[in-house]
Design a protein around this ligand. Structure first.
Ligand code: NDP
Length: 256
């Protein structure tokens, strides 16, 4: 049933070599999409490409630091030439963090987190817009965080970058609906990836996470990528402008 697959669709996924982005590339590939991805590490990218080819997925890749404006432009030029000027799916997945008390952040740290998490996603949407429009059916998914909805002690700049991303989702959903481009946002709680593995290794911290989470465990990348894929399918064609948490119930857990 074509409502529940992505056959024939083209996708750009940022940060596909590890964690959530890696799971998203595989999920979209498995469902039949043609995927282009990127990261900053050429060796890791080519390892992934081999793995994906052996699994039978159609994936290509560029080395790109999405915090650089000129590299973002090159990434979109590449995707445009690969996909004949048309793109169905844009997944803004790259994100980073520096955890410290607010008064300790430097100007450079502010700029780096904002450029990586927010400015990159904003500009990639601008660059992808003509391609998404040209495809006739477009879907943008932002990977935000529950840190953009509630305080989780992960640092105020990260929270601000994700909060802005949540609102950007709503603005673009309304502005680009006329072009048949939907725009949604996925907000995860702790997911086992290289970004947070060092935190989850700390038993005391892990116990604290578990105690706040009704499902009593962190999530897995595959538990995020399934929602991302759904939001790109014809099956979700009336869903736009939404921020959906993938959090084991954390954000609705008032007191227990
Ligand atoms: P990881 O750090 O595990 O993976 C990040 C991926 O993005 C890697 O492939 C990395 O490759 C790539 N990447 C990082 N920086 C850049 C850059 N500047 N340009 C291009 N590629 C880059 O992260 P996660 O999978 O955990 O996180 C993915 C998203 O999910 C982020 O937006 C994060 O904020 C969000 N999130 C994660 C949560 C979690 O608990 N893991 C919770 C809530 C949200 P390389 O470093 O080689 O470039």
């Amino acid at each position: 049933n074509s409502r529940w697959c992505l056959t024939g669709l083209t996708a750009l996924v940022t940060g596909g070599t590890r964690g959530i982005g890696h799971a998203v590339v595989e999920e979209l590939g498995e469902l039949g999409a043609q995927v282009h991805t990127c990261s900053r590490n050429e060796a890791e990218l080519s390892g992934c490409l081999q793995e994906w080819a052996s699994k039978g997925f159609t994936v290509t890749a560029s080395v790109c630091d999405v915090s650089s404006s000129s590299q973002r432009q090159q990434l979109l030029d590449k995707a445009s030439s690969l996909f004949d000027g048309k793109l169905n799916i844009l997944i803004n997945n790259v994100g980073t963090n520096i955890r410290k008390p607010t008064i300790e952040y430097t100007t450079e740290e502010y700029s780096m987190i904002m450029a990586t998490n927010l400015e990159s996603a904003f500009h990639l949407c601008q660059l992808a817009y003509p391609l998404l429009k040209a495809s006739g059916v477009g879907s943008i998914v932002f990977i935000s965080s529950v840190a953009g909805l509630v305080h989780i002690g992960s640092g105020s700049i990260y929270g601000a970058s994700k909060g802005a991303m949540n609102q950007l989702t709503k603005n673009l959903a309304c502005e680009w609906a006329k072009d048949n481009i939907r725009c949604n946002c996925v907000a995860p709680w702790y997911i086992r990836t290289s970004l947070v593995e060092h935190l989850l290794e700390n038993k005391e911290f892990l116990d604290k996470i578990i105690s706040q989470t009704p499902l009593r465990r962190p999530g897995e990348p595959k538990e995020v990528s399934s929602l991302v894929a759904f939001l790109c399918m014809p099956a979700s064609s009336y869903i736009t402008g939404q921020i959906i948490s993938v959090d084991g119930g954390m954000t609705v857990n008032g007191f227990s």
